[in-house]
Design a protein around this ligand. Structure first.
Ligand code: GLP
Length: 261
């Protein structure tokens, strides 16, 4: 399907590409991931969960069908996890990644890294992930979704943001996420890579889809860098591509310093 996009310059290293459809946005994200893996087969991909990236992952699985060995060396790092949930819990990020990425792309245990949301000592678990990232990093490509409150991973709007992996108190907005809607004891905390971990990635692709993201996308385009909008820190990174669909952008992309490319 042909979905021509319009590209905008948000900042020196930050561009926004608007697609008419979710499918077009997802296809572009898939092409970026696939292209990177073709040029660097053992790329470390940091991947989010949620509704937004699901079609991208389906398209990656189709890509693998066409080139079965393509993802044989790729390494996957989980961006975040709900505290208290494990692979057996349907709402966990772990079970989402198993279903949508690890199984379809044939990623074995030795090439998958991430938080155990059920670890007995969550702070120690975050320290373990920080140590791990020191060894396996840097992240080659960090794919991100955005929370309706502007969070990245589970880095919630706050006065102070954390550099490395840490435990967070979830905002009520995040606790309302569809992934955990049917979990009996809805998590109050989460584990997430820190803003520094994300910003140290060589390349970042941010996916924004759906009309419920329209307000936060507008804020992202209009505000400077502020801890109250963690996604605004992406302005500081040299290589960020935000991909969105028309339902998220609305009919016109407006912002303080947005220009068509
Ligand atoms: C959750 C996830 C994030 C994700 C965000 C957006 O909080 N932990 O990693 O990016 O929500 O989710 P969605 O794409 O469903 O809107």
């Amino acid at each position: 399907m042909n979905d021509p996009s319009t590209r905008y310059r948000i900042g020196p290293g930050f561009q926004l590409e608007v697609f008419e459809t979710y499918e077009g946005m997802s296809r572009k994200a898939m092409e970026i991931v696939s292209g990177l893996v073709r040029s660097k087969p053992d790329s470390l991909l940091c991947l989010p969960t949620g509704n937004t990236p699901t079609r991208t992952y389906e398209l990656l699985a189709i890509d693998r069908n066409e080139d079965p060995a393509l993802y044989d060396r790729v390494r996957i790092l989980k961006l975040d996890e709900w505290a208290g949930l494990s692979a057996n819990d349907e709402g966990s990020c772990e079970s989402y990644l198993q279903k949508h990425v690890l199984v379809p792309l044939g990623v074995d245990e030795g090439r998958y890294f991430g938080f155990d949301g059920n670890a007995p000592d969550l702070e120690a678990e975050c320290r373990r992930v920080t140590g791990l990232l020191d060894k396996i990093g840097p992240i080659d490509l960090c794919l991100l979704g955005i929370g309706v409150n502007g969070h990245l991973g589970l880095n919630e709007p706050a006065e102070v943001l954390s550099d490395t992996a840490h435990v967070v108190e979830l905002s009520e907005t995040s606790r309302g996420h569809a992934m955990i809607a049917s979990v009996k004891d809805r998590p109050r905390r989460g584990l997430t890579l820190g803003m520094g971990d994300i910003l140290r990635a060589r390349k970042i692709v941010l996916l924004i889809s759906g009309k419920e993201k329209r307000i936060i996308l507008r804020r992202l385009l209009e505000t400077g860098v502020t801890t109250m909008l963690p996604a605004s820190f992406l302005r500081l990174h040299p290589d960020v591509t935000a991909l969105c669909d028309r339902s998220a952008s609305g009919p016109h992309v407006r912002g303080n310093d947005v220009g068509t490319m």
